[in-house]
Design a protein around this ligand. Structure first.
Ligand code: NZQ
Ligand code: ZN
Length: 385
């Protein structure tokens, strides 16, 4: 196990009725900006519950319209509004896009210089205004991590930043807010959480049995509960289990002391940037190909994954690895998330553009061993065609 230091400062309020807890989380006199997306929180009653919780607070302003794959352009409108209104606390209500977008707003408000450099040049975020959130789509783990992914539409850049300053102060995970999710978004969430685990688990072997078994517990649970949520969207226990699994998949714990891959995500971000696929759709396309192309260096973990997750014990090493990759692809397809570029109308001729995007974003040494060069990324994308 490698060395690590760990602190996750986000307080989690989990369960039905817990939105009321935000009343005590945010100072009564703070000027609050509530941020949200396209309106799902108005339809499903989440915004009403938030307003009820904040009824004794002095000042709330709203900023809606944060898109999926939140855009720099829209978020900068919120930054202008927040500065005009002297906003002191941000409350994001929605999915990963709203929460990611709100982290960027929080960092951009006090930032000296061009806020885009936080993404384009990894400029250090020295401070951010405090923010909390109410999560309505279990998927990204953004509700209690320090990451954020922002898209600049004008230039097709989808870039991430990480800063301890943007850890949410608190998050409310009320599974009942997720009953209204369309089936496709429930499925996306399961796939995203699954791939978060895989990025931190399916790497070159490191001696870390606790992290392995945490990761395997999450994978097994997602495989078990994912199909249930598609059939029983109002099943509280299943919604709760998935919400907790998605949180644990990317709150930092399972990735401590082990190598990380993240190549599936970085290649996937370029597919979204150019073709607008949902984040999880890109992951379902890329992960099976990464597993296939990088099988030799991942062999030891890939065989462990096959045996412990899918019960694959028969055949030689290559056959068992093939079977594990097949099972993974099959799981995504059973969740209704397609796994080939062609399923989304993307032709092989687009692969060169995707690889150019990776080069432009300096993503030329991806993977846990930094050996996924543009040539290897091309192989991965060709295999995903
Ligand atoms: O905009 P509204 O109207 O709220 O509708 C949203 C949106 O259309 C809808 N939705 C959310 N909760 C709902 C609901 N509809 C009905 N009922 C509810 N309870 O779902 C749609 C998708 O929402 P979005 O927030 O875009 O999805 P997700 O949570 O999957 O977030 C995706 C974004 O997160 C980034 C992705 O790149 C992408 O931009 N990621 C962030 C990460 C992080 N910060 O750690 C890690 C991830 O790997 C990921 O890259
Ligand atoms: Zn993801």
């Amino acid at each position: 196990m490698k060395n690590f230091s760990f602190q996750n400062p986000t307080r989690i309020h989990f369960g039905k009725g817990m939105i009321a807890r935000i009343a005590d989380e945010i100072p009564k006199e703070a000027k609050i900006l509530i941020t949200y997306g396209g309106g799902s929180i108005k339809k499903n009653g989440t915004l009403l519950q938030v307003k009820e919780a904040l009824k004794d607070h002095a000042s709330t302003t709203e900023f809606g319209g944060i898109e999926s794959n939140p855009s720099y352009e829209t978020l900068m409108e919120a930054v202008v509004l927040a500065k005009e209104e002297n906003i002191e606390y941000l409350l994001a209500v929605g999915g990963g896009s709203v929460i990611d977008g709100t982290k960027f707003i929080a960092a951009a408000i006090p930032f000296e210089g061009d806020p885009w450099t936080i993404l384009s040049e990894n400029a250090t975020v020295h401070k951010a205004i405090p923010a909390g959130n109410v999560l309505t789509l279990p998927a990204t783990g953004s509700e209690s991590n320090s990451g954020s992914v922002i898209t600049r539409r004008a230039t097709n850049d989808k870039l991430a930043f990480l800063s301890p300053e943007v850890f949410p102060r608190f998050t409310v995970l009320d599974p009942e807010t997720t009953y209204s999710l369309p089936q496709s978004q429930s499925a996306n969430g399961v796939v995203d959480a699954f791939v978060h685990v895989m990025e931190q688990y399916l790497t070159t072997r490191e001696n870390a049995p606790i992290q392995d078994r945490y990761a395997e517990g999450l994978l097994l649970t997602l495989i078990e509960q994912g199909p249930i949520v598609l059939k029983q969207p109002d099943n509280y226990e299943t919604r709760a289990t998935i919400m907790w699994a998605a949180n644990q998949a990317l709150n930092g714990l399972i990735g401590l002391g082990v190598p990380h891959d993240w190549s599936t995500h970085m290649i996937g971000h370029e597919i979204t940037a150019l073709f607008g696929l949902d984040h999880a759709q890109t992951l379902a396309v890329v992960l099976p190909s990464v597993m296939h192309v990088m099988r030799e260096e991942k062999a030891s973990k890939l065989l462990q994954y096959g045996e412990r997750i899918w019960g694959i014990k028969e055949g030689d090493d290559q056959e068992r690895m093939d079977a594990a990759i097949h099972k993974t692809r099959d799981f995504f397809e059973r969740m209704g998330v397609k796994t080939r570029l062609s399923d989304y109308g993307i032709e092989e001729s687009a692969i060169a553009d995707l690889v150019d995007q990776l080069k432009r974003h300096k993503m030329t040494t991806l993977g846990e061993n930094q050996n996924i060069t543009p040539e290897v990324a091309t192989q991965i994308l060709r295999h995903a065609a």
